[in-house]
Design a protein around this ligand. Structure first.
Ligand code: GLU
Length: 309
């Protein structure tokens, strides 16, 4: 998809960049802390295949938690919602994304939703394939189809960096395995999960995936249905209720569109029936959302009336 540079978008980007020094680049995954806090890029992909952008849209970043929406769509397509929601709930939580507390206090140790780490790990444990390599390839093939780019892959450095330091996520897996919520080999689930989080792309490719969800599952490049409408609808609903960590309520009020962020500083929005937005701005606010990305979306909301509410 060819993308036109847009002056108006660039001006909003320049304005949003002014708050870059108020945020902090994630460092708990060591490889992420190398990012430059001044980086900010954005693309908007429309359902008819048009696209506008500003900033360095060639710059790749890893999806991190944004991948949770993609694996959720995949397992919903493979198993149907009844099976999936038997293993993971539908309710938002006010807790941080990596919290273990609700697993212990809820009656069945079932994670509250697929956007927190426990829920996403449960979703990853359902991915089809005979081993980790096949499962990762299966996820990658789906991502390649979503953004219509056969070259998409994961960043080995970031995947290894997280795999070797991710003790909390391992604890979530072992807790859920002990409670019979997930099955299978925890190291394999961790390998698949850290590689799915390390899938690397630029904000144009992310905007195209956002446009797929915004357009009820239709790829804006090929006009083919790549996700059934019902699955796209479920994913967008989770993006509204839990996509922006424990600031999802505030985000719904201030911006009002389905969105998913990741600790790398990426944000994907799916503005229903209008367009997909891909943003990359590495400095995060205290909740873990891109600080410059949030500022940019506030400016969009003021200017283009994004909110669906
Ligand atoms: N790979 C990250 C983790 O599990 C993803 C977190 C995020 O982006 O919220 O800690």
């Amino acid at each position: 998809m060819a993308c036109q540079r847009n002056e108006e978008l660039q001006e909003l980007l320049n304005e949003a960049k002014k708050v870059a020094n108020e945020g902090k680049v994630a460092s708990y995954i060591p490889a992420l802390q190398r990012e430059n806090p001044d980086t900010l890029s954005c693309a908007i992909a429309y359902p008819d295949g048009q696209c506008i952008s500003a900033g360095d849209i060639q710059k790749n970043f890893t999806l991190q938690s944004i991948s949770k929406i993609i694996t959720l769509a995949l397992v919903l397509m493979d198993y149907g919602s009844e099976h999936v929601f038997h293993k993971v709930g539908m309710e938002p939580t006010g807790d941080p994304f990596n919290s273990i507390i609700k697993l212990e206090t809820s009656s069945q140790a079932k994670p509250l939703n697929p956007m927190i780490n426990a829920g996403a790990l449960s979703v990853t444990s359902m991915i089809k394939g005979k081993d980790a390599t096949e499962k990762v390839e299966y996820i990658l093939d789906f991502v390649r189809k979503l953004c219509h780019d056969p070259e998409i892959t994961y960043c080995k450095d970031v995947a290894i960096s997280e795999f070797t330091t991710s003790f909390l996520n391992r604890s979530l897996c072992y807790y859920m395995k002990g409670a019979g919520v997930i099955h299978g080999n925890v190291e394999e689930i961790m390998e698949v999960y850290t590689k799915q989080c390390a899938i690397s792309m630029n904000c144009l490719q992310l905007a195209i995936i956002g446009a797929v969800f915004a357009g009820d599952g239709i790829c804006p490049v090929t006009q083919e249905e790549v996700i059934p409408k019902n699955v796209a609808r479920i994913c967008k609903t989770f993006m509204v209720t839990c996509g922006m960590y424990n600031a999802s309520g505030e985000f719904a009020i201030k911006i009002g569109v389905p969105a998913k962020s990741g600790v790398s500083g990426g944000i994907m929005c799916a503005v229903p029936g209008r367009f997909g937005i891909g943003i990359f701005g590495p400095p995060l606010n205290e909740i873990g959302n891109s600080h410059t990305g949030m500022r940019l979306l506030e400016l969009f909301q003021e200017k283009y009336d994004l909110s669906m509410f």
